[in-house]
Design a protein around this ligand. Sequence first.
Ligand SMILES: [Zn+2]
Length: 559
Amino acid sequence: MNREVIQEIKDRLDVISIVERYVPLQRVGSRFRGPCPFHQETKPSFYVDPNLGLYHCFGCNASGDIIDFYCKINGLEFYDGLVELAKEAGISLDLKKSKSFVPSKRKVLYEINSVCLDFFRKSLKKSPNAIAYLKQRNISQDLIDEFKIGYAPDLWECLKNYLIKKGYPLSSCVEAGVVVKNEKNRIYDRFRGRIIFPILDISGRCIGFGGRIIGDGEPKYLNTSENEVFKKGENLYGLYQARREISLKKSVILTEGYIDVIRLHQHGYKNSCGVLGTALTNSHVKRLSRLCPKVILIFDGDEAGQKAAFKSAQLFLAHGIKVEVVELPEDEDVDTYLQKYGNKGLDKLLERANEGLAFCAKMIKLINSPREVIDWCREFINSLEDPALKGFYLPTLSREFGISEVELTRSTKKGDLKQGILPQDKILSIGDREVLRFAICFPEYLEELRALDAGDYLKSNFSKSLWEKLNNYSPEEILYNLDDKERSFYIESLFLKQRKDDFEKFWSDLKGFLKKRQKEKKLSELRTELMRAQMEHNNEKINYYLSQINEVLKYKDNG
Ligand SMILES: [Zn+2]
């Protein structure tokens, strides 16, 4: 896919009318403002600039161009969003040419998964046993179709032979995790005698499978083994089917099992998805937080389920996402509960859901000693991604545990805050920030900035890397070469761009600042040389460096 095509698509689209489908916008000068769709807020801090073709939220730092916006709000990968927008722009993308977009190894894995999906679906139609099982679990044909449920025959080499016949090398099939190679180099089907739940990525491509055994046997559930396209810690079951509803409802119901997700969808809770038999990860949290600001956890009613809910709630809270926890009776999961009590029953539980932090507090009080309670509070506060969240949670913690806010803050050491997880621009030194902002807003001054050695004085790695890119890419290219944090900072800078009358002062202040640093650097170099000369008792050199230092100092005094 070349840049020109992307640019052409962007040029043809009306940014404001697209954003307005999702966000009510109000004109403010040359820009538009509205409530941010990517985080919860009362005061609108989401801005769109139709001339720049960019959006930025000063609340949560979400930012990008219209393609980013479209993908994010619809939960689409870049390429899929682009295809849809190209259609709107009336540009036909040459799909054959763009195949190079997917690296070839991944492409083979996607293909194998897609072939397996067909195989499992066909096998289901041929197995009265499996059909009877699904019927007994109350899974209708509609649901089977919607979730593309299939069946793996109880044979050792059925799928393997099918894949060979289709021409796939066995090594790729092993890599795709659908056949297994044992120590004796025997290769056989991974899934045997199991109901198959295909796992789709957010663009609807099949990336792996979950298999449930029919009847008794161990393990009850089995997944595709991890590979380049299938990562349990990054993907969620049912997210593809749920993504639009999640954006629309601005909330997601998160549960544990395949059938739980399917049952929720059957009953109209179409914003539901599930973790894939693994603990919730930061990637999961980030993925969901991009789609909506609120998560409702419905985990099994037993102790294991409640513990998982506790840990998950904590993780969401630490990222500043609103959480509610539904408590099911001890021997129920959401599948059995919905079948017994229907929507009415679950709606009641949803109404009575615990606020996330209150739920955590309740769990902690149940099982822990006062000492452990305080430790937990401390750990929780230190785990917060944005330190500003502290002020938000402290009153609740204080109320729940009867510990004063002062006491809670006293027991949390500032030094414990993990630097690495703070948004970079918040820890940029003022000098770094000013230099970068200026270079971003006025790229025509980059040469002068370089002459003033601006890059040499940047402190953080973030600044250095961004500076490098600013110098290597044209303003037209650069957005595609920045990572998320860099892009957010870049776009924010454009939105903060000074008006013309401020410019003179900004530039002269910055120049003064850089010249001062340049002189300081020169002085420190000269002083080092002077010390060396003094150690060598080299009078000629001593005099030379002294006079040089005086020169620089004199120059500094003159301004
Ligand atoms: Zn926002």
